[in-house]
Design a protein around this ligand. Sequence first.
Ligand code: BDR
Ligand code: CA
Length: 318
Amino acid sequence: MTTKIIFDTDPGIDDAMALLFIEASPVLDLLAVTTVFGNADIDPTTRNALYLKDRFGLKAPVYKGADKPLIRPRNPSPTFVHGENGLGDVELTGLVPGEPEAKPAYQAIIDLARVHPGQITLVAVGPLTNLALALRADPEVATLLKAVVIMGGAFAVAGKPGNVTPVAEANIWNDPEAADLVFTAPWFVTAVSLDVTSQVVMTPSFMEGLEASAGPAGAFLHAISKPYAAFYGGRDGIIGCCVHDAAAVAFVINPSMFEVRRGSIRVITDGIALGQTLQKVEGELFGPSAWDDQPIQAITVGVRAEGLLRLYAETMRA
Ligand code: BDR
Ligand code: CA
């Protein structure tokens, strides 16, 4: 029994790590890749998705998505993290420029949800703009998905409280209004947040092991991990790279590796805390607040890092 996946992504080094993990997993069935701006502009992130599809023989179609946030100007691309080309500036060997499908990403999400009601898990690991556009165009989409699992947010319960500001995580900060819409829609969202993803690190020797055991994908993953690790080493003193987006995929495969906390979630959409994510824990009592009468969503507050890394390596090896 496999889980049907739509992967919404801004590739992105760790996005590529997550996409190849989905493709390699025998328990996931990738129906579509939808792209979004974020780690680079929409043309390079879409090109990167198409490149990965071509190079690693992915069957799933690629749909191009949003090129900017819902209402605010786009932040500059973090070229100091993901390089000018979004994939750490490694050479895109044998690049055959493909074309995305004609349909926009948000429409593909809606249409696939209608074809497979209650069966699709939407894994979103970039700014949440495509999901918000889908909700706006067809609010019923929220009732048609099995689950939404995002990599995003930082809840100050563990790990790092932010990575683009002291309190904001990049995917949420890149489109805070979209994120607030997504967290307050009546679908079941789990935010695999920076609290846990900053605790899972692929070391250089882990990546060397992948290169030695996981064929062409392993060699590619090792190559793109080097500039990513250089960024983490320079900024955070981490030896290796944080496993952000692949952690959301790991949650879908084996949620028991995570500890979660339930409650309604809102996103700060102005002021110095722009993009901060805050959860009102289920059952706690306060006076009236913006968290009242909102859907109960989940955030990750703990992770078994060793188990996650083992799952990744074993999946890629198989
Ligand atoms: C998230 O931001 C992006 O840079 C990464 O791809 C990941 O999705 C981490 O904050
Ligand atoms: Ca990403």
